[in-house]
Design a protein around this ligand. Structure first.
Ligand SMILES: NC(=O)c1ccc[n+]([C@@H]2O[C@H](COP(=O)([O-])OP(=O)(O)OC[C@H]3O[C@@H](n4cnc5c(N)ncnc54)[C@H](O)[C@@H]3O)[C@@H](O)[C@H]2O)c1
Length: 248
C-alpha cells in the first residue's frame, strides 16, 4: 500500500533532503514549494508529485490540501532567515518571518489534519532551529519565530494526540544549503568546522535521517519533542558564547 508524505519548502536545501530521504524510505512524496519551478525540478528528480504551496498564503495552502487525498506524514520545512539587528527589523520583515516560519506551520497542520487523522498513524515533523533555544546577534525575528514554532509543536502534540497524530520537531544547527550559500552535492562530505564538537557542518541528510525516524513507527510513542541536531554545538560553551555575541 502506498504511503504518502508531503514536504513544504522541498525545492532545495533541507526540505529537498527530507523529500529525498522519505522517497528512499518508500513514501510517495508531494514535493511542494512556493517556487513552482523548484518544486517541479525536485519532484522530477525524486519521482514525486510537484505542488505549488506558499505556506504564507492561506488560499495556496487550502488549494494544495484539496489536491492531496491521503497523507501519512507532513513535514513543515519551508522557512526564511533574514539577518537584521533588532533596531533595524522592519514591520514587513517581522510579519513575513512569522507568516512563513510560524503561521505557515499552523496553516499546514490545520489544512492536512483530516488526511493525517484518517491514516490513523499520522506524523507531523516541523523544522525549527537551534535559534529557538539561544540568541545570536542579528537573528531576532528568526529566533523569536522559531521559539514560537517550537511551542506550536508541543501545543499541536497534545491537541492532535486523540486523532492518532504525533507532532515532533527537529532543531538543526548549521546546515549547508542553498539558503546558507553553501549547497552540498549528493555524496559530498560537509565542510569541516573546528568550533563544532563533531568537527563539521551538517548536510541536509543529517536532518533528514532524524525526520525519517520521527515519522516512522519506531517513534510511535514520541510526541511533542524536538531533537537538536547540531553536532554538539549548543553544548560547546565557548563556541556558544561566540555565537551569541558576534554577527553570523
Ligand atoms: N540551513 C541552516 O543552517 C538551518 C539551520 C536551522 C534551521 N533551518 C531551517 O530549515 C528550513 C530550511 O532551511 P534551508 O537552509 O534548507 O533553506 P533554503 O533557503 O535553502 O530552502 C528553503 C526552501 O523553502 C522555500 N520557501 C521559502 N518561502 C516559502 C514559502 N512561503 N512557502 C513555501 N516554500 C517556501 C524556498 O523556495 C526554498 O526552496 C528552514 O525552516 C530553516 O529555518 C536551517
Amino acid at each position: 500500500m502506498t504511503r504518502y508524505a508531503l514536504v513544504t519548502g522541498a525545492g532545495q536545501g533541507i526540505g529537498y533532503g527530507i523529500a529525498k530521504r522519505l522517497t528512499d524510505d518508500g513514501y510517495h512524496v508531494y514535493v511542494t514549494d512556493y517556487d513552482e519551478g523548484l518544486a517541479k525540478a525536485a519532484a522530477a528528480k525524486l519521482g514525486g508529485t510537484a505542488l505549488r504551496l506558499d505556506v504564507s498564503d492561506p488560499q495556496s495552502v487550502k488549494d494544495a490540501a484539496g489536491k492531496v487525498p491521503e497523507l501519512s506524514v507532513l513535514v513543515n520545512s519551508a522557512g526564511i532567515y533574514p539577518w537584521s539587528p533588532l533596531l533595524e527589523i522592519s514591520v514587513e520583515e517581522f510579519d513575513r518571518v512569522f507568516a512563513i516560519n510560524v503561521r505557515g506551520n499552523l496553516l499546514c497542520m490545520q489544512a492536512f489534519h483530516r488526511q493525517l487523522a484518517a491514516d490513523g498513524t499520522g506524523a507531523i515533523v516541523n523544522i525549527t532551529s537551534m535559534s529557538a533555544l539561544v540568541p545570536a546577534v542579528g537573528v531576532g525575528s528568526y529566533a523569536a519565530s522559531k521559539a514560537a514554532a517550537a511551542m506550536l509543536i508541543q501545543q499541536a502534540a497534545i491537541e492532535f494526540a486523540p486523532d492518532g497524530i504525533r507532532v515532533n520537531g527537529v532543531a538543526p544547527g548549521s546546515v549547508q544549503t542553498e539558503g546558507t550559500n553553501r549547497p552540498i552535492q549528493d555524496g559530498e562530505e560537509p565542510q569541516k568546522a573546528a568550533f563544532i564538537p563533531l568537527g563539521r557542518l551538517a548536510g541536509p541528510a543529517d536532518i533528514a535521517s532524524i525526520v525519517s525516524f520521527l515519522a516512522s513507527g519506531d517513534a510511535g510513542y514520541v510526541t511533542g519533542q524536538s531533537i537538536v541536531v547540531d553536532g554538539g554545538f549548543l553544548s560547546n560553551t565557548f563556541a556558544l558564547y561566540r555565537h551569541a555575541t558576534q554577527p553570523a
